[in-house]
Design a protein around this ligand. Structure first.
Ligand code: GLV
Ligand code: MN
Ligand code: MN
Length: 400
């Protein structure tokens, strides 16, 4: 087995947390292309070089640490949500670095490392790996905007001096991504490892309702065309309409709302909000889309609002590769006999996009209290190390 160094792995993981440390618990604020994100990527590139890997930034800010010749690729992402934890993505990148570094010191096998850019979707949905995997054209991605109106093209221009070409996927024999679970399953069952069977699909679309901005004191209720009331009615109605379509595993979220002009004494003239839905079945995702479009049109019609839909972004559900998954299962059984389980992933991961290019598999470690996308996100350090060892075992088995 590859002789990993758990302390060096934990030290690097804590060091990465220092880029964008929020000051609240172990939280981080390191969105894609922020100063903290770029500084973290520069530090990672240095650590890759020290480990004998060749650092290579692609045109969208994803950072690879390349071994010579054909290699197995390990990694995840190092950008964070606007309020994120220290492990989401970072764990998979630093575990990859440690396994590849230890392998290099031991004289092989060749392992490469990646930290994809904008997995957390400041601009799109898993943007960096989505472009690399061919799910989305670069020109199309360039027009995407973040919540503040900056384009992806402008953001990636900040890293242009570092950028080389896109890395050729054919040099990689497969991809393993280690991640925190970000949900309650392992924490409640007591299992130490989750081996992922499949990753759910997602759809994400901005919706705009436009009414008439007006005085909040003089405009009679019956005459209002209030964009917020339209959004609230849509949200309420959609929960009801979905009832006969969804399963207990289906989820949907209005997570970002922008009201214009957002003032107490003004009837809101415009509401722009995100509508996101996820499920393991493509047909159900499509059905939900139709219901969303119909319900929004119905509410807009009834309330005298104009309706606009942004581009529909999405990723299909993806099953993990049986051979790679088997290597993770064997590694888990060796490290924690009987203390692991197979499970689906309700969170999205770069592995979904990479699956278009090569075989992929994923493993999870427990999230304390099932909390993630929050400063409070955490995992017990012994559990992080168990995951590291399972990853090392699988990487050895697949390259032996
Ligand atoms: C990725 O962080 C996701 O939203 O699932
Ligand atoms: Mn993640
Ligand atoms: Mn995330």
């Amino acid at each position: 087995m590859i002789p990993v160094d758990p302390q060096r792995f934990l030290d690097d993981l804590h060091h990465l947390r220092s880029f964008g440390a929020s000051g609240v618990g172990k939280g981080v604020v390191r969105p894609a292309f922020s100063e903290a994100d770029i500084a973290a990527r520069d530090w990672l590139a240095g650590r890759m070089a020290e480990a004998g890997l060749m650092p290579a930034f692609d045109p969208v800010g994803s950072l690879f640490g390349l071994a010579e010749g054909p290699s197995l690729l390990l990694g995840s992402h190092s950008d964070s949500q606007p309020e994120g934890g220290w492990l989401d993505g970072a764990l998979g990148v630093i575990a990859a670095l440690e396994v590849a570094r230890a392998a290099k010191e031991a004289g092989g096998p060749p392992l490469s490392v990646v930290s994809f850019q904008d997995e957390e979707g400041r601009f799109g949905v898993t943007t960096g790996s989505s472009i690399w995997g061919g799910n989305q054209a670069l020109a199309e991605a360039d027009t995407l905007t973040d919540a503040g109106g900056e384009t992806f093209a402008a953001a990636r221009a900040r890293m242009a001096a570092r950028a080389g070409d896109f890395v050729t996927p054919a040099q990689f024999t497969g991809f393993l991504e280690m991640h925190i679970e970000q949900g309650p399953v392992l924490d409640s069952s007591g299992d130490k490892i989750g081996v992922v069977e499949a990753i759910v699909g997602i759809r994400d679309m901005k919706i705009t309702l436009t009414g008439q901005q007006n005085h909040a004191g003089t405009t009679p209720m019956a005459l209002r065309r209030d964009a917020f009331q339209g959004m609230a009615a849509f949200s309420h109605r959609i929960n009801d309409r979905f009832r006969n379509v969804v399963t207990p595993a289906t989820v949907w979220t209005i997570g970002h709302v922008s009201l214009h002009p957002n003032a107490s004494s003004i009837v809101p003239g415009r509401a722009v909000f995100s509508m996101q839905w996820r499920d393991g079945d493509t047909a159900r995702l499509d059905r939900m889309e139709a219901i969303i479009r119909e319900t929004a049109a119905e509410v807009a019609g009834e309330m005298g609002l104009e309706l606009g839909f942004g581009p529909l972004l999405g990723l299909e559900p993806v099953a993990m590769d049986a051979r790679l998954r088997g290597a993770l299962e064997a590694g888990a059984e060796a490290e924690v006999p009987g203390g692991w389980r197979r499970m689906p992933s309700g969170a999205l991961h770069d592995a979904t996009n990479v699956a278009r290019l090569m075989p992929v598999a994923m493993l999870f470690v427990p999230s304390i209290g099932g909390i993630s996308h929050d400063f409070a996100e955490d995992t017990a350090e012994p559990d992080l190390v168990t995951g590291l060892r399972v990853l090392a075992r699988a990487a050895s088995a697949l390259t032996g």
